[in-house]
Design a binder for this molecule. Structure first.
Ligand code: HEM
Length: 457
């Protein structure tokens, strides 16, 4: 699609004092609010949000500048990073400037392509275990009804602990999953509130947060310390997991290893779980796409387990994943950035201290960049893109692009192919609404009926 030039940004001061009406809308209907802003203002708008001027860009040109050429002039909004730092500590996700560059160099080796097949094997093994658990729940029947969102959260947690720590599912998996949910809700609540109450207040939300931080710290610090102690006693250094690489490149620095392990576990797990839920939800709604996908998978695998090398052939599976990421990007908004200098962008001056927001969800659903943008059409990803590069940002872009992008795509491809070999997502019970919290999840879960596949012999 051709790209019209960017129109100059307008100001939208807000009806209530300090734009508190905007903040209210962000808390209650964030996605609807951004969509309405794009419809009214077009390419860019500047809102008053509490004490901050907050810019939103809906045109790929200024977004490209912001994420690439001028990325050094922006850091992540401190209120958000301060909240996440409470449990992540200083880590790749939160670091800035030279400290971030050093960290990124140290964490990157964990994601080298040559390491991916082993992570992929863990993903397939856990997806097969999920299929077996569906069979057990179906108890000889052909159908089973489960909350697919909860199940995908658990499955991707098992994959994350296996690939990060080389560990079988943790014994308190349900508790860990709940703790991650609590921290995710806390991050959203505390970062979008005008002020944060102290943790010592006897409130349920505070009690839950401290409990969740305790569960995650016990898990991650425990696994890291055990590994370090084992290596000190002569144990194998490289066990093919992400932790081995963090230990090697952080040169045994226990705090740095713990913090980066925590941020990889949380950042990687929640997004992957959400993506998997959206893939199956969309396939349940589009049986004709599901048929084509099953045909691709069956023709290639013929009943054997998928392996990393199959991914290149699973073109339609990959297209479904990319289309799911377009319609329901788990990272529906990128981290809010703060300008560190006056920056000229799209004909306006962003002043030092101003905030800037980029919302992939709004970009991905704009008819200006995607034909029939609201429709699920995986085939659009089978040919060369017809949209501008910076209109499709499920993993961000520029130097701070998602470090787990290839890992996440590989996992989604192998998990989808493995599950669809045995089970068919058949029917969603109730309406399907995206809820924008820390990531984009189906509101109220994803109650769904699965049907056992009968393989043609
Ligand atoms: C479907 C899966 C995933 C999606 C949609 C996703 C999305 C994103 C996005 C949009 C960003 C950039 C945020 C910004 O610029 O504001 C990001 C960064 C990041 N992601 Fe992912 N991610 C996924 C999987 C993973 C996995 C599997 C891992 C690790 C195992 C991971 C770890 C990270 C980290 C550490 C960063 C920060 C990188 C930096 O600042 O240098 N992600 N992710």
């Amino acid at each position: 699609m051709s790209k019209p030039p960017v129109k100059r940004a307008k100001r939208q001061p807000g009806k209530w004092l300090l734009g508190l009406d905007h903040l209210y809308k962000i808390k209650t209907d964030q996605l609807g609010f951004y969509k309405a802003l794009e419809a009214e203002f077009g390419d860019a708008v500047c809102l008053q949000l509490g004490p901050y001027r907050n810019w939103l860009f809906f045109h790929p040109d200024p977004i490209e500048d912001l994420l690439t050429r001028q990325s050094n002039d922006f850091i992540r909004f401190q209120k958000l990073t301060d909240v996440v730092r409470q449990w992540n500590g200083d880590s790749l996700l939160l670091a800035e400037g030279e400290a971030w560059r050093v960290r990124r160099r140290k964490v990157l080796p964990a994601f080298q392509t040559k390491r991916l097949p082993r992570y992929g094997a863990a993903a397939v093994a856990h997806a097969e275990a999920f299929c077996a658990s569906l069979s057990a729940q179906a108890n000889g029947g052909a159908e089973v009804r489960i909350d697919t969102d909860a199940a995908m959260a658990q499955l991707t947690l098992d994959i994350a602990t296996a690939t990060l720590f080389g560990k079988e599912p943790v014994s308190n998996g349900a508790e860990v999953e709940r703790a991650i949910q609590v921290l995710s809700d806390t991050a959203f609540r505390e970062s979008t509130s005008p002020f944060t109450l102290p943790d010592w207040l006897p409130l349920k939300a505070k009690k839950d947060k401290l409990w969740a931080m305790g569960v995650m710290d016990t898990l991650v610090t425990g696994l890291v310390n055990n590994r370090l102690a084992d290596i000190a006693e002569g144990g194998t250094a490289d066990r093919g997991d992400l932790l081995s690489m963090l230990v090697e490149h952080h040169e045994g620095d226990a705090v740095a290893i713990r913090n980066d392990s925590m941020s990889l576990l949380i950042a990687g797990h929640e997004t992957s779980g959400a993506l998997q839920s959206w893939i199956f939800a969309l396939l349940a709604q589009h049986p004709e796409e599901l048929d084509q996908l099953e045909h691709e998978i069956e023709s290639l695998l013929g009943g054997r387990s998928a392996v990393f090398e199959d991914i290149a052939q699973l073109k339609r599976t990959r297209a479904v994943i990319e289309e799911a990421l377009r319609l329901y990007p788990p990272a529906y908004a990128l981290f809010t950035r703060r300008a560190e200098a006056n920056v000229s962008l799209a004909g306006v001056t962003i002043r030092k201290g101003d905030m800037v927001q980029i919302v992939p969800y709004t970009l991905h659903r704009s008819d200006r960049w995607f034909e029939n943008a609201q429709q699920f059409k995986p085939a659009r990803f089978l040919d060369a893109p017809t949209w501008p590069k910076y209109a499709y940002l499920p993993f961000g872009a520029g130097p701070r692009v998602c470090i787990g992008q290839n890992f996440g795509l590989m996992e989604a491809c192998l998990v989808t192919a493995t599950i669809l070999q045995q089970w068919r997502p058949k029917h969603i019970h109730g309406p399907l609404h995206p809820e924008a919290k820390f990531s984009l999840r189906p509101k109220g879960g994803l109650p769904m009926t699965w049907e056992k596949r009968v393989r043609a012999v």
